[in-house]
Design a protein around this ligand. Sequence first.
Ligand code: HEC
Ligand code: HEC
Length: 384
Amino acid sequence: MTSRRCCWRRSIAELGLLGALLCCAAAAAQTPRAAQAVSIPVPLGLPPLPYPAHNPPTAAKIELGRKLFFDRRLSFNGTMSCAMCHVPAQGFTSNALRTPVGNEGASVRRNAPTLLNVAYHPRLFHDGRDGALETQVWGPLLAPDEMANPSIGYVLDRLRGLPDYAGRFEVAFAGRGASADTVGESLASFERTLLSGDSRFDRYRYAGDPDALNAAEKLGYAVFTGKGRCSACHLIGERSALFSDFRYHDTGLGWLRSQAPPQVEVELAPGVSAPMNAATLRSIGAPPRSDLGRFEITRDPADRWAYKTPMLRDVARTAPYMHDGSLPTLEAVVEFYDRGGGGAPEQSPLIAPLGLSAAERAALVAFLRALDGRNPSGDRSSAP
Ligand code: HEC
Ligand code: HEC
């Protein structure tokens, strides 16, 4: 297929300006509908959708990405898909487990973040170690405790051998077959459609509907932006809100967890836990895996136990909370902040005891629940 740009370059020399214009129009007319860039509608309260210039979303890429996202054959033993840790019905996270279970029952070190509105994250993972959805996908595909594939080539060979993928990449990528790039570009295009906004908060704040929030939620909003200092990190803009500064902060939680308690709660099965002596636990199992957050990437001591500020949209649907999933409910999160976080000597100065009343704590939780959003332009979250 002639791309617009190469048509323009060739024809200007050969045909002059008018010829080039006609040639471009012809090339555009030949482009199949599925391969044309589509504009993804953005719900109320979200900013314009960013995407890299080299990977504009098209219907064919999005559908291929959706197929890949739900395909268990993408894991080494054929049992795990992306959707099994990022479960659509659970706000694209895993509600049952603090940290999800991957290949052969291996427990993953961190909590699965939601993929709703993930398109807006300038950097990915709790420690920000990847800068693009296009490349991020190879993290889970290759991690031994997640999808456990031995190499990129292994995944590509498998895809090339599956009859239901025959020709799919070529159609979506103008002749390019399955490659490290095209697998990433299609999954990224699908993930960019996972938008959620138009919550009751958005209707109150950005559509001027004074009745969209009730009295308790309005009080919670005032605590969020005032006494609670929440919006110092979970930002709310004039025209849209992503509830994150996309920076890394130490809330004291990582430090708190590193102070081995004499008794630890051991999760025996989803939702079933029992107290066990920490020394006994160490003697029978592998030691808990250390997690130093952003420090692991920058090696800057100031980044120890710092994690990326999560967006709070749809937060009522994405329990359990924090990088290690250690806080089970929104009430527990609010109590954690009210106490002044984990109390680490070097934690963020913005995290300090708040002295909230019971009514203010309840109002804050009510406000967080009012951030539950939707995507009125159509639910694209279902399996193919
Ligand atoms: C075994 C469970 C598991 C599977 C399978 C899995 N993920 Fe994840 N995902 C996680 C966890 C846990 C994290 C956080 C890891 C970290 O921050 O170190 C994560 C993080 C992410 C992020 C970063 C989100 C953010 O807010 O920064 C994206 C995007 C993502 N996964 C997409 C995918 C895609 C696409 C697939 C399939 C190719 C996939 N995941 C498969 C568990 C999983
Ligand atoms: C200093 C910046 C900062 C301030 C102030 C702050 N947060 Fe956070 N918030 C974070 C970071 C960073 C995390 C992620 C911590 C982690 O993963 O361990 C987080 C996590 C959360 C989560 C869990 C989200 C999830 O998906 O796991 C909720 C809910 C939350 N904050 C609400 C609040 C509320 C309510 C306030 C005000 C009382 C507040 N935050 C104040 C930075 C901040």
